[in-house]
Design a protein around this ligand. Structure first.
Ligand code: G6P
Length: 603
């Protein structure tokens, strides 16, 4: 999960490579670099640090060159050093390569190349690609043939871009199991890991599929099959997003902006055609067994889906973390795998889907990024339309995914006659009210939550508890806290607490409890009993609660009364704010927390 950007243009590159990788920094940001052609020579500028830090040291802007590639790295093979930063070059510096993915057979290839006299300057798997191209070029004297010859030797996953003074008007690019797209502009063409690389310049993209490579020049491009060499006629996809949507728009961080975009994102998702939801409902109804997949936040979304389908549709589905799916996958032609993914590129989820497809299973997905791998590989996709989510931690995308799974559960509940028409109308009205209720919470409670976050920012250990459908919400809230503050936060079901973890309760560990409205009856009562258990051991309990009679909390954020159906969403938004403000109190790198990448496209 690194970011690739490239420009080939009638005009000087100027700042376009810098901007490209800047907008891709959410994919990785431990080092970065550019390669461009100047007087038929490759010039490399790279170093460790963020794009801005490297720009200060090495100057990545104001480039007069007309062809260049750039990369922002999230280390997989080799430490974070200047040597390991991309681009990488061949011995004679005639080929410069940037890469996202993992070359599985790089050790064997490296040994072979070493025997042939190649000298390596880095510990990366990527560098062998530049040397391999060089090796082929020495034999055939043709860059494209050398490129293809080298790619055919690679095993594993790759998105690649390459430049060479032997073809000074071209960028070569390729894709296999890692995303890469071409941007088709006016008097300039682009390559990128995704359209953030060039969204300021063009919305027209050509999406490479696995096993395809592209040759891009300033006024044309061609896409060919890596296996046969045949030219492939590719459609141009127009990206529906505006570059303005990717900017901070006055907010100090993307995370806060995206939290505030949730009411609008929910409205958009409520307007997604019922037919789209109905198609997935048909698939669920037809399947003998449905698996809900996601990883990280989207696993918790999938778990939420399991609860909401059980609750509203009386339907038993299994939620599985995508990285674990391969170990228990028993899918066949009677199964449905329904994946959830913001990026649509997450390796574990892509691979699980691919595996299930090979076994004959039907596939569907809820995805935010148009044209992404998952969006294109499944039998049916619901595009959630939440707009770009730039902050590495997911907020609006996850909440909207939960909403869409709620819509799916309602549809299936009606078909299975679990939900009567009057109840259905009541549920629909509750969903329609959700954007306004999130707005109210953001307007009225942000200040209170901010003050609490600053007061408690010194606490190093948190337990996040929820029961029933509040359990996946508690898990997701704890993940938000961990991701963005680096504070330990452990989510668990309220009932689980007394089976061990209660031993940790003391005055240094704080507990956060998501309390349902009192109309939830037993669920509410049981949740409050968990509060009692912690309080009885002298623990501090911070509560998101709907009922002013919930007065046993040490500290309580009062939520306005709402319908049960949408009640889990509001404490989730509250917990997003708590994580955000705790991170700002601790001066964390909110939009790019350490050791995280937005789109994990490696195993
Ligand atoms: C990474 C991100 C998480 C995200 C997960 C799944 O771990 O840091 O924020 O939840 O990938 O990503 P996806 O794009 O498939 O939703």
């Amino acid at each position: 999960m690194c970011g690739i950007s490239g420009v080939v243009s009638f005009h000087p590159i100027d700042d376009r490579l810098y901007e490209g990788v800047h907008h891709l920094e959410y994919r990785g940001y431990d080092s970065c670099g550019v390669a461009f052609l100047e007087n038929r020579h490759i010039e490399i500028r790279k170093d460790i640090g963020t794009v801005d830090e490297v720009d200060t040291k090495r100057n990545l802007r104001h480039l007069a060159a007309h062809v260049g590639i750039a990369h922002t790295r999230w280390a997989t093979h080799g430490k974070v050093t200047r040597e390991n930063a991309h681009p990488h070059t061949s011995c004679g510096c005639e080929f410069a390569v940037v890469h996202n993915g993992i070359i599985a057979n790089y050790k064997e290839l490296r040994e072979e190349l070493k025997k042939k006299g190649h000298k390596f300057g880095s510990e990366t798997d990527t560098e062998i690609i530049a040397h391999l191209i060089e090796e082929h070029f020495v034999r055939c004297g043709d860059v494209e043939r050398a490129w293809v010859g080298a790619l055919r030797q690679l095993q594993g996953s790759f998105a690649l871009a390459m430049i060479s003074p032997h073809e000074p008007e071209h960028i070569f690019c390729a894709r296999h199991e890692s995303p890469l797209i071409i941007g088709v502009g006016a008097e300039s063409n682009y390559v990128g890991s995704d359209f953030n690389a060039f969204i300021d310049y063009t919305k027209n993209t050509v999406i490479l599929d696995d096993g395809e490579y592209g040759v891009v020049s300033k006024d044309s491009y061609s896409v060919k099959s890596l296996r046969s060499g045949d030219v492939i006629d590719k459609a141009v996809t127009v990206i529906p997003w505006d570059s303005e949507l990717s900017r901070k728009g006055g907010y100090p961080h993307y995370m806060l902006k995206e939290i505030h975009e949730q009411p609008q994102a929910v409205r958009t998702a409520l307007n997604i055609a019922s037919d789209d939801i109905a198609t997935v409902a048909d698939m669920v109804m037809a399947a003998k067994r449905t698996y809900l997949l996601g990883v990280g936040t989207t696993y918790y979304v999938a778990l939420y889906g399991q609860y909401i389908l059980a609750t509203l549709a009386d339907l038993d589905v299994s939620s599985v973390s995508s990285d674990e799916f391969r170990y228990i996958d028993k899918t066949d032609a009677s199964s449905l795998v329904l994946a959830v993914s913001q990026s649509g590129e997450t390796y574990d989820t892509v691979m699980s889907l691919r595996h299930a497809k090979e076994r004959g299973a039907k596939t569907a997905a809820v995805v935010n990024v148009v044209g992404s791998s998952i969006a294109r590989m499944v039998d049916h996709v619901i595009l959630q339309g939440s707009g770009p989510e730039v902050c590495v931690v997911s907020t609006k995308a996850a909440l909207v995914q939960m909403l869409l799974l709620t819509r799916l559960a309602l549809e299936i509940g009606v078909r299975r006659k679990v939900i009567k028409p009057a109840k259905h109308r009541e549920y629909e009205a509750a969903l329609t009210a959700l954007p306004g209720e999130i707005e109210t919470l953001l307007n009225e409670q942000s200040g209170i939550i901010r003050a609490a976050a600053y007061r408690h920012a010194h606490i190093q250990n948190w337990l996040f508890l929820g029961r029933g459908i509040y359990y996946p919400i508690a898990l997701e809230a704890a993940l938000k806290m961990k991701e963005v503050t680096y504070i330990h936060a452990e989510g668990m079901p309220g009932g689980f607490l007394k089976h061990g973890t209660l031993s940790l309760v003391d005055d240094k560990l704080y507990t956060l409890v998501m309390a349902p409205p009192p109309s939830c009856g037993e669920l509410h009562a049981m949740t409050m009993s968990s509060v009692e258990e912690v309080k009885a051991r002298g623990g501090f309990v911070f509560g998101f609660s709907y009922d002013e009679k919930d007065d046993i909390f040490s500290e309580r954020v009062a939520l306005a009364p709402t319908h049960e159906l949408i009640s889990p969403f509001l404490p989730l938004v509250g917990a997003q704010l708590l994580a955000y403000f705790t991170a700002t109190a601790l001066k964390r790198n909110v939009d790019k927390p350490r050791s995280l990448a937005k789109s994990v496209t490696v195993a």
